[in-house]
Design a protein around this ligand. Structure first.
Ligand SMILES: [Zn+2]
Length: 142
């Protein structure tokens, strides 16, 4: 494991300890957070992507907007990850964008009225801090 990866792992371990968040390590790609139990399930932190996901799941416990609708909780968890990360790469931005796009696509089709709109401050924060704009077109084709 590289020095940088050890740094990521150490940073996540430190947050988990100081915030008293429990962790279940998994080999599966599915990561999860149980906010009220203060527990996350993630892959071990060995690279920028796993670091981003671990911070993201921690963001579901202690990050902003976690009482909002699901899509907004996703934005909040990524805002937490982006702000706490000691290092953030283009790859991590891509990870974040892909994750938000998959939720955005899902929510656009079933809950369009509840998605944040361009004038929302949360949306602006997502645009400014995460560099995120929805890629998914809901009205036909790719
Ligand atoms: Zn999430």
């Amino acid at each position: 494991m590289s020095k940088r990866s050890e740094l990521y792992g150490g940073h996540v371990a430190e947050i988990l300890a100081t915030q008293r968040i429990a962790v279940q390590w998994t080999r599966s790609a599915d990561s999860t957070a149980w906010r009220h139990r203060r527990c996350i399930k993630v892959r071990r932190v060995v690279c920028p992507a796993t670091y981003a996901y671990a911070l993201h799941e921690i963001g579901h416990i202690i990050g902003p907007y976690q009482s909002e609708i699901r899509f907004v909780t996703e934005i909040g968890a990524w805002l937490y990850a982006r702000q706490e990360a000691i290092y953030w790469s283009r790859m991590m931005t891509r990870t974040c964008t892909e994750c938000l796009d998959s939720y955005h696509a899902r929510y656009s089709s079933i809950l369009s009225a509840k998605l944040p709109v361009a004038s929302d401050s949360i949306w602006q924060e997502a645009l400014d801090t995460l560099g995120y704009t929805p890629q998914h077109q809901t009205n036909g084709g790719h």
